[in-house]
Ligand binder design. Structure first.
Ligand SMILES: [Zn+2]
Ligand SMILES: [Zn+2]
Length: 320
């Protein structure tokens, strides 16, 4: 299928966008050149009415995000422009970053459940890493008793997650990839049960952003996470069936398909999404681009849709 839409894009209104040319106007022009029927803007937003925003989200409020809506040019060159958002779901404490009533102000909402790079916000650090930081803080206090426990904790928390894991090395007791796979399941399942999410799904087109895709790890680590996920194929099927019954779509996120050889046939993300097809899910494609040039990646979607087996009749609201 030739993909004629892109529902997952980030312009300058998202803090993670570093392309100074990534304006609404530039996106619309490029979407027109690519022959898109629909372009959806989905900047990261955390509803200021929901407590618990991380420091990174605190500036990305709904009021701020709506400035982006006003930047959509009057003439969209025949492209249907949808004003959506990518909010957040913190599986760690079952906290959805947007109220259903706020979501209704958008054309659609993407809800990610696997921003696993956001440690101690979306996902708790593994017990190995948390335990190492505790020991580190205790050691700092022992050497420098003049420091307060808060100072020692702050110092111990500055090391990156991967750095701490490297220091733990062979002493690890947690299988990190198994831990991430378990989290992908548990966060998806708690999201499907979340009352606010169910209200949202009933009132505005809602899609899961990059479902079951663990963010912030290497390609080899991802392959292990996906292997653990596919070991529980029946559970995956049941989760997708639940999603389909709520009328929630899935974002086919181009950036999460890293193995183009053999027409993406061997891509682990494709294997996951084939289960979603079996379970009756519906889909919309997105590049998750943070730059104008990144919009071009949608062409990979043609081969990805074929590999997964997605046909025109399986498209989700708001691109169906
Ligand atoms: Zn995302
Ligand atoms: Zn995104």
């Amino acid at each position: 299928m030739r993909i004629d839409h892109d529902i997952h894009t980030h312009t300058l209104f998202s803090s993670c966008c570093y392309d100074p040319l990534a304006t609404m106007k530039a996106f619309v022009e490029r979407a027109h050149e690519l022959g898109h029927r629909i372009l959806g803007i989905s900047n990261h937003l955390w509803d200021e009415r929901v407590p618990g925003a991380s420091a990174w989200y605190r500036g990305q409020t709904v009021d701020y995000g709506f400035e982006g809506k006003y930047a959509i040019p009057a003439d969209t060159l025949g492209v249907k422009v949808l004003f959506g958002t990518e909010t957040e779901y913190c599986g760690k404490d079952d906290n959805l970053g947007m109220l259903a009533s706020t979501a209704a102000r958008f054309d659609y909402v993407l809800v990610p459940h696997t921003h696993t790079h956001m440690k101690n916000f979306v996902i708790r650090e593994s017990s190995d890493v948390a335990g190492y930081r505790d020991r580190l803080a205790a050691g700092i206090i022992e050497k420098f008793p003049e420091l307060s426990p808060e100072m020692a904790d702050r110092m111990a928390s500055t090391l990156k997650y991967a750095e701490v894991r490297a220091l733990i090395g062979a002493g690890a007791t947690v299988d990190e990839e198994k831990y991430l796979a378990d989290f992908c399941f548990s966060s998806f399942e708690s999201l499907m049960k979340n009352g606010e999410f169910r209200k949202m799904a009933a009132s505005v087109p809602t899609l899961i952003a990059h479902p079951f895709y663990p963010c912030g790890i290497t390609r080899d680590e991802k392959a292990r996470v996906f292997a653990f996920i596919m070991e529980q194929k029946d559970r995956l099927y049941a989760d997708f069936a639940e999603c389909a019954s709520l009328g929630v779509g899935l974002d086919v996120n181009i950036g999460t398909y890293g193995r183009p050889e053999n027409g993406f046939a061997d891509d682990p993300m494709v294997a996951v999404m084939r289960v979603a097809v079996e379970a009756g899910c519906r889909f919309a494609f997105g590049t998750d681009t943070h730059s104008v040039a990144g919009l071009d990646a949608i062409r990979k979607g043609d081969a990805i849709s074929a590999a997964i087996g997605i046909t025109g009749g399986m498209l989700a609201d708001p691109v169906s």
